[in-house]
Design a protein around this ligand. Structure first.
Ligand code: CU
Length: 281
């Protein structure tokens, strides 16, 4: 039904939702469906009202010999045009509830693979990464001015922080838009389904430089993203940082590889240790 209507609108060339940018996040399709439903309902209401208006204009225009009739209203009609829109609005509410809640209710958010703090200020975006330790406000944090880098098909958790006035983080292709308030942390998330470079303009008039306040979301595939991370946080040469490729990887590779290498390791270590201990003793 919905698809046939959309098809009809496309053929009549009245489907303004074709003007939407491409959908590039996991929830973009669901948002667009809510848009379509509302667009169709309001479009039909517009047609009904317009047709009726012209029909009334012609039907009840002044004619010689016809007297005006005084109307006291019609209870049945008023009940209908109150109850029907109420049901329509309630229907839209319940229909869109699942889509809305997964995007806007933090308790419904999926667990994030990457966490970024977004700081909005007049008139720029700052993207803060916690670094390998996963903790913000530590020495290995890094800030990127105007560019957000994320892996494709991964949940990216955002903490939106305002530093001066109200801003709004907007990525049209992701159908993500969230207002940012001064001195408040507001969580948001997305999961990009396409690689590329997507514009992220500020969508809240925030001062004279508002129109120039935009950032870019760079969505990389897995390999590109890993390369970018390795470039930004080069693996430490010593075994201080177990998070990056070097130390952690060899440990993980050794573990499941049968008994022989592990046994060798143990055999090599034990005499060595005891030998050392003997020497010390
Ligand atoms: Cu702004």
């Amino acid at each position: 039904m919905l698809e046939q209507l959309i098809d009809l609108m496309n053929r009549l060339n009245v489907n303004m939702l074709n003007w939407l940018p491409e959908a590039a996040s996991t929830y973009a399709q669901a948002i667009d469906e809510v848009f379509y439903i509302i667009y169709i309902i309001t479009g039909l209401a517009f047609l009904l009202v317009t047709v009726l208006m012209f029909w009334f204009l012609l039907q009840f225009k002044a004619r010689p010999g016809r007297r005006a009739r005084y109307s006291h209203g019609n209870v049945a009609l008023e009940l209908i045009w109150t109850i029907v829109p109420t049901l329509v609005f309630l229907g839209i509410f319940f229909y869109s509830q699942s889509t809305w809640s997964i995007i806007k209710y933090p308790s419904e958010f999926p667990e994030s693979d990457v966490q970024v703090r977004v700081v909005a200020k007049q008139f720029a975006w700052e993207f803060h990464y916690p670094g390998p330790d996963g903790e913000f406000d530590t020495d290995d944090d890094k800030m990127f001015d105007g560019d957000l880098y994320v892996p494709v098909n991964k949940v990216v958790g955002l903490m939106l922080r305002g530093s001066d006035v109200i801003h709004s983080f907007f990525v049209p292709e992701f159908r993500l838009k969230q207002d940012i308030l001064p001195r408040r942390d507001i969580p948001a998330w997305f999961n990009a389904t396409k690689t590329g470079r997507f514009e992220a303009p500020c969508a809240e008039l925030c001062g004279p430089g508002h129109s120039g306040m935009k950032g870019w979301v760079n969505v990389y595939d897995d390999a590109e993203y890993q390369a970018w991370v390795a470039e930004q946080w080069p693996p430490a040469p010593v075994e201080e940082a177990p998070v990056d490729t070097g130390a952690g990887k060899t440990d993980q590779e050794d573990m499941p590889q049968g008994d022989v290498p592990l046994q060798d390791d143990v055999d090599q270590m034990d005499p060595g240790d005891s030998g050392q201990a003997d020497i010390v003793e």
